[in-house]
Design a protein around this ligand. Structure first.
Ligand code: SAH
Length: 257
């Protein structure tokens, strides 16, 4: 028997226009959509066929999510599992993929725009500037989900790269203390916090490691935000950073002789 695959689709960060064409096509064809109601923009559900069923996964346990999707697949229905941002970043998709595989059900992942990139776009900010930082780290502070020892914020901070922290804005004091403990970022290192990037109520708070915790508290932001840390953020204000070689007249590359 050839069962249809479950499609894991990245919904993007919020703005319904930030889903991929492929993801939208999958949504429009689906008979069942299991969506992460806590973060996915419900406006996307308007794209479903009238007879399609939409199930919010927020109150469900893994087993319930999997059995709901598996039951539909066995009936020959097309199933979309709609995750916020990109499914591969803090999406807990592996356990779903594995559980479906154990039932003989295949899966496919359609990527999405992750929150860090929506936050950078909201700021009009490049995350990789020549001579400033050529490395972007996506990480988080330990919460209820443990983080491996070698990836504690102090350790990651010691690189001094551009850092995008998810799931951490509710612990700003600890985040700041641990980042400073890395010994490379300083109290003057710029920080931007973007909450609800690409949503109508998006907010951008900018400051330094020295004052960002206070600013974020004053703004009342405690969830759904990305923290971006690093010298690249200074470029917009002070013109830090070399021009890239890519568009340099004297730099010969494959597309420009
Ligand atoms: N898979 C998602 C991340 C899910 S974890 C992605 O790729 O974006 C949830 C965390 O993502 C939140 O705590 C927050 O840090 C971040 N997040 C999700 N949507 C966001 C948005 N629109 N603006 C800012 N941060 C967001």
């Amino acid at each position: 028997m050839n069962l249809p695959k479950v499609l894991f689709v990245g919904a993007g960060p919020g703005d319904p226009e930030l889903i991929t064409l492929k993801g939208l096509k999958a949504l429009r064809q689906a008979d069942l959509v299991v969506y992460a109601g806590s973060l996915v923009n419900r406006a996307l559900l308007a794209e479903l066929k009238p007879q399609a069923r939409a199930v919010d996964s927020a109150p469900l346990a893994l087993e319930e999510i999997v059995s709901c999707m598996a039951a539909a697949v066995v009936e020959g229905k097309s199933v979309v599992r709609l995750h916020t941002g990109d499914p591969g970043i803090y999406g807990a998709i592996q356990e779903q993929i594995d559980a479906l595989a154990a039932l003989g059900i295949g899966t496919e992942v359609i990527p999405g725009v992750t929150a860090a990139f929506a936050a950078a776009a909201a700021l009009g900010q490049e995350l990789t500037l020549p001579e400033v930082s050529q490395t972007v780290i996506i990480s988080r502070r330990e919460g209820r989900t443990p983080v491996p020892e070698g990836e504690r914020l102090e350790r990651i901070a010691a690189l001094g790269a551009t850092l995008c922290l998810y799931l951490s804005v509710g612990m700003m004091d600890e985040v700041v203390a641990e980042l400073l403990a890395g010994g490379v970022y300083r109290p003057s290192t710029p920080v931007a916090v973007v909450s609800k990037a690409s949503w109508p109520d998006e907010r951008r708070i900018e400051g330094t490691l020295g004052d960002i915790a206070e600013r974020v508290k004053q703004a009342g932001i405690s969830r759904q935000a990305v923290i971006i840390v690093g010298e690249v953020l200074n470029a917009r204000h002070r013109g830090v950073g070399e021009k890239s070689k890519l568009y340099d007249r004297n730099f010969v590359h494959g597309f420009r002789g």
